[in-house]
Design a protein around this ligand. Structure first.
Ligand code: ADP
Ligand code: MG
Length: 518
């Protein structure tokens, strides 16, 4: 099985690495695509990049003068269209702003500019429009962005990171931004609830996963929640200690790369999950966990300074203690076996249905508030077709809507943004310590190793109820936030929310998306 996962047929591999899935561009003639600028320079629209040919580069003594990648010879440089932020013709010059790589996973605004003859203006205008078409594709230009900054996110650097790293990129791309700092826990819920969603295309949180969780919930409280959640895209700019959202959607945890991904992101429907507990209903976008994983995350809050390592540390401590979490679990299973799940994933990877086709049935309804609950709440009678199991030895319960969790661990390699399913993983608490450790190491792998382990039970489900037993207190985590240790029920709403993502379809694997490294 392991060798199959490594093969090119592996449905869990990075789709951007698959040439068969690349966009086939119309290739214009050289005359159409090339602009002569000045005596010794030209700008050409290539297949995936802008080619800058300039005799002057040689005089500047080194092929990397503008931070561009030298190609063929020192007079030719290329800038991928993805990195082009804006291009315009001013009185006498064409100016092209782009995101220049300055480290492996870091970009900074830079520009090139050339003088344009008066007689050439109309040609330059036309060429600039073509460049912007290539640079943006289907991504909306000049997005209107409401930015929320959590001054306490991560190590307290969110404000500084936003101003220094993110804002210049959004400004260079001519985004319209309105920045607000959150003043207390839950403030982002209020801001999103009261926001005029027609005035913004994006709500971006310079924070960890906590603020986007609040933003979804704030939008969900509006009387026209469904419209609001479908209209405005929720984005995370990684400035927290848990940055799973950005990692999954953009394949990066770098704030500057995330800013570029906001500029170029594609609208993507996202399944949201209703959690009912004690008369309350909240929305979850990332994960729900009970037991070892929840505890490793939540019970190590005091170890924040360790960064992501606190999670691994917490996990190991509990593994050594062999802590078990007895509970009753009732599940509405949709896909039971791993082979069918792989096929399901592959279908999605190769499908190109449009945004609305990937939303749930409620898309055009006039429902007030959130969509009605199909299965009621955790206090209602259990539906007859749910699979009920009583676990006495459960080591962990984990349900996810995104592939990678905040630690970069690939727990849900088969998860998809809008397949209308949560992925459910449980690892039997009875497995040997070696098998448990094997799980822990396998989740760090990019592809399907964890998925294929026999001790990992992996299912696609649309709803479940979990009832902890014989234990007075413990940990339940919803998107990394602690909720009371009491029974709860979860039910998925297909494509209820909206995010921006790199491909518009699937989750990214961190670190394998970008091959443009300066
Ligand atoms: P991290 O990943 O570091 O946990 P998050 O952005 O996820 O960062 O935020 C953690 C918590 O901080 C959230 O519960 C959020 O409500 C809370 N928060 C936001 N603004 C403030 C503030 N001004 N003071 C205290 N807590 C805040
Ligand atoms: Mg899903």
């Amino acid at each position: 099985m392991a060798s199959e996962t490594a093969s090119t047929n592996d449905p869990f591999r990075d789709p951007s690495a698959d040439p068969s899935l690349e966009d086939i561009h119309h290739t214009p003639s050289v005359a159409e695509s090339t602009l002569a600028v000045g005596r010794n320079a030209s700008l050409t629209l290539g297949t995936k990049e802008l080619i800058v040919l300039d005799e002057g580069f040689v005089d500047q003594g080194n092929g990397l003068c503008c931070g561009l990648i030298p190609e063929r010879n020192k007079t030719t440089k290329t800038i991928p269209f993805f990195n082009i932020l804006w291009a315009e013709l001013s009185n006498f010059d064409i100016i092209i702003h782009y995101a220049k790589p300055i480290a492996k996973d870091k970009v900074r605004v830079a520009y090139i500019t050339y003088n344009v003859e008066k007689t050439e203006r109309s040609k330059v205008t036309e060429w600039t429009a073509k460049l912007l078409n290539r640079a943006y594709g289907k991504s909306q230009r000049q997005k209107r962005v409401k930015v929320l900054v959590n001054p306490f996110g991560g190590k307290g650097q969110a404000q500084k990171t936003f101003i220094r790293d993110v804002e210049p990129i959004l400004a260079a791309a001519r985004c319209l931004i309105d920045v607000e700092r959150t003043k207390f826990q839950g403030h982002a819920v209020e801001i999103a609830e009261n926001l005029d969603y027609n005035a913004f295309d994006v709500i971006a949180s310079a924070s960890g996963d906590g603020l986007p969780h609040e933003v979804f919930n704030g939008l969900g409280r509006k009387p026209d929640a469904i419209k609001a959640l479908q209209k405005v895209a929720v984005v995370q700019l990684p400035c927290g200690s848990g940055n799973a959202m950005c990692g999954n959607l953009n394949g990066t945890s770098s704030p500057t790369m995330a800013a570029l991904c906001l500029v170029k992101g594609l609208r993507t429907p996202l399944d949201l999950v209703s959690i009912t507990q004690g008369g309350r209903r909240t929305l979850s976008f990332l994960s729900q966990s009970v037991g070892i994983i929840a505890e490793s995350d939540l019970a190590t809050e005091h170890l924040r300074w360790m960064g992501a390592a606190r999670f691994t540390y917490g996990f190991l401590i509990r593994l050594i203690r062999k802590q078990l979490y007895p509970c009753d679990l009732a599940v509405k299973v949709e896909v039971e076996d791993k082979a069918t799940i792989r096929k399901h994933y592959h279908r999605e990877l190769t499908s190109h249905s449009d945004e609305n086709a990937r939303r749930g049935d409620f898309i055009n309804t006039e429902t007030v508030g959130l969509p009605p609950l199909k299965y009621g709440t955790e206090t209602d009678e259990l539906p007859g077709d749910w699979e009920v199991v009583s676990y006495d030895t459960m080591g962990n319960f984990y349900a996810g809507n995104m592939a990678y969790m905040s630690t970069g661990a690939n727990f849900f390699p088969a998860s998809l943004p809008d397949d209308g399913c949560m992925d459910l993983v449980n690892i039997d608490g009875d497995v040997s310590r070696t098998a448990a450790l094997q799980c822990m190491f396998a989740v760090d792998k990019l592809h399907g190793e964890f998925f294929d382990l026999p001790q990992v039970k992996y299912r696609k489900v649309t709803a479940y109820r979990i009832t902890p037993k014989r234990q007075r207190d413990g940990y339940i985590s919803i998107d990394g936030e602690k909720i009371p240790f009491e029974p709860f029920q979860a039910e998925v709403h297909r494509g209820l929310g909206t995010v921006l993502s790199r491909t518009g379809r699937v989750y990214e694997a961190p670190g394998v998306t970008y091959n443009y490294v300066g």
